[in-house]
Structures are given as structure tokens and as C-alpha cells.
Write a protein of this length. Sequence first.
Length: 361
Amino acid sequence: MSAPLRVGVVGVGWAGQQHIKAYAALDGVELLGIAGLEEAERTALAAEHGIEHDVARWEDLLALDGLEAVSVAVPTFLHAPIAIAALERGLHVLSEKPIALNGTEAATMVDAARAAGRVLDVAFNHRRRGDIQRLKAAIDEGRLGQTYYAKAWWLRRTGIPTIGSWFTQSNLAGGGPLVDIGVHVLDYALFLLGNPAVRSVSASTYDLLGRNGFGSSPEDNTKSGGGNADAKFDVEDLATVFMRLEGGGTLLVEASWAAHRADGDQFGVTLYGTEGGAELIVDDYAPVGSLKLFGDDAGTATAQRLRAGVGGAHPAVVAEFVDTVRSGDWAGRDGSAAAQLARIVDACYESAAAEREINIS
Ligand SMILES: NC(=O)c1ccc[n+]([C@@H]2O[C@H](COP(=O)([O-])OP(=O)(O)OC[C@H]3O[C@@H](n4cnc5c(N)ncnc54)[C@H](O)[C@@H]3O)[C@@H](O)[C@H]2O)c1
């Protein structure tokens, strides 16, 4: 039996807790320490999972003797500094999405991973869902033929993660729903389409509801700084993007935290191909969404419901990161795919500001 892999987690909010639980459930992993500003959460998590060190400052976590890998689950503006410091100490890093505030910062993280010869993974848990994986398998079996158009969305009526929290401040978050939930949508949509390069984007962003105080999540008042009347909101509450893809296909992405639409939270995707179409709709974080394939049988429309399992989420992301680190086969695990998504998101914001299509080289 080899020695356990000694890991740490920075951040004890929702995301950090997913990483902590996932590591704690894995054999051959020792959760050496956690860091976060909330002392009560930290000590409770440390007691629950038998974690030796719980510290406030991320710098103190990275300095722990014997630490080999770290998850970074903190506000987005801290991803790059913490990940780069960790990589420079020779640690492997699993960062939360989005990889960084923007593509330029993301590139510095990729450079640091390559220079250190260490793994830099980014948590894109939604593509691990069973319904998305089932749809991908159907596409790979050729059931849709050549896919040429997709529309993918994540829309909330009142789901701003607390007006005034770090999420609604562009210098801390990098943007609003496009960079927060839209980046998941972009990740799973491009995955389903076979990862074509995005050639150009034409985007619009709006902030008309959030900046007037409408749309803060009723269930979510836990984010720091939220809830006060003068709260800062300088990000979008809705983004729409039309993307031209390598090979001639196109993709429409919509992401909202606030919009006068049906109540609740919904994400999904529709795809059109030469042999068939598909639709996946996930309402209110259902573990398995409604997945249908459409086609034509000698002139008659066909619709088939596909069954899917729950699939993986953070536990799958964390387990794969641990397996990769242990395998010693780190080629290509340098965060560059997530950095490319960050460049695409940058181009979307540039397009929205300039009110024109932006080419991506
Ligand atoms: N993959 C997903 O599905 C998913 C879901 C939610 C959030 N996220 C991402 O996870 C990250 C964190 O989001 P969250 O919702 O958990 O945020 P949060 O505000 O609930 O928690 C942030 C945590 O970071 C800690 N922190 C802040 N500054 C720190 C510092 N200087 N040193 C140590 N700890 C510090 C806070 O104490 C807190 O524990 C974000 O990048 C977000 O985009 C991903």
C-alpha cells in the first residue's frame, strides 16, 4: 500500500465543502488541512472529517509540511494567486471554475503549471452528470448524425448569489452569470459538440434588474457582503451569445441570474443534427434531467425518452484529479482547456461592450 496523498482545501463555502467531502470519502487520501475565513465552519468541518490543521489564511495552508495537492475553492479573484503560489511550491492544484478572472490571468496559471511540471485541473462537474454523459454517448453512436446547431442555457428568475457579495463585483468575480454558470454551459455544450474551436462570438449583456435590486436569490443570503442596500452590483444579470464554430456549426448560449421568466432554475441544451435532434432539460437541480431524442421514421416524427443515471459531480472531479496525480501521467493536465474557455468568455464581454462580433484566433 503506497503512502496516502496529502491534500488541502482552501475555502469552506459551498464549493469548498464539496471538495472536502469528496476527499474525505476517498481511500488513500489524507486531508491534511483546510483554510477559510469562517472559524465556526472550519472547526466543525475539521472535527467532522478528522482534519489535523484548520487555518484562516491560505498562505498558512500552503506552508504545511508534506502537503502535495490543494483544491482552490475561493472567490474567483483569488484563484490565480493561490494556484500560482501552490504550483511554485510544487503542489498539484484543482481549481474551481471559472479558472480565473479572465484569460490573461488563466494563461499565467497555465504557464506556472507547465514551469512546475504539476497538474492544474479545473472543476467542470456538470459535464460529469449522467444525463450529459448519456447524451454524449448517443451523439458518439451517430444518433444525431452531423450536429450543426445547439442552444444551451442556464436561466434563473431570482438567482443572483446575493447582491453585494463577491459574486456581483466584477473585480472579484470577473463578471456575472456568463462567467459563473454560463461557463459550465459552454463547457458541456462544446463537449457534446466534440470540442470544436469557437471562431467568433457576438454577445449582449444586460444588468437592468440586478442593478435595481431585483433578483437576489431568496435562499442564498450566505455569501459575504450580501444583503445591504448599497450593495455593489457591476456585473450583468443576463448574457446571450451567438457563437460560430469550426466546421460551420453554431451555438447559442444564454445565462441569467435574474429575468422575468418562470420561477426556478433551469439549465439544458438542444442540439440539431442531420439524422436527429436532442433535448435535455434540468429543472431545479434535478439529479437527472428530461432527455429526449427526436428523429424521423419514413416521414413520421419520432420522439424517444432516454434513461440516464445520476452520474458524477464533484466526487468524480476530485477522484479523477487524485487518480491523475497518483498516475504520474500529467501530460496535458495544465489547465489549458479551461484557459481557452476563459478567452472565449473574455471575447463575449468584449463583444457586448463593442456591440459587434469578435473573432477568436
Ligand atoms: N463547480 C461548481 O458547481 C461551483 C458551485 C459554486 C461555486 N463554485 C466556485 O467555487 C468558488 C467559491 O464559491 P463559493 O460559492 O463556495 O463561495 P463562498 O463565498 O461561499 O465561499 C468562499 C470561501 O473562500 C474563503 N476565502 C475567501 N478569502 C479567503 C482567504 N483570503 N483565505 C482563505 N479563504 C478565503 C471564504 O472564507 C469562504 O470559505 C468560486 O470560484 C465559484 O465560482 C463552483
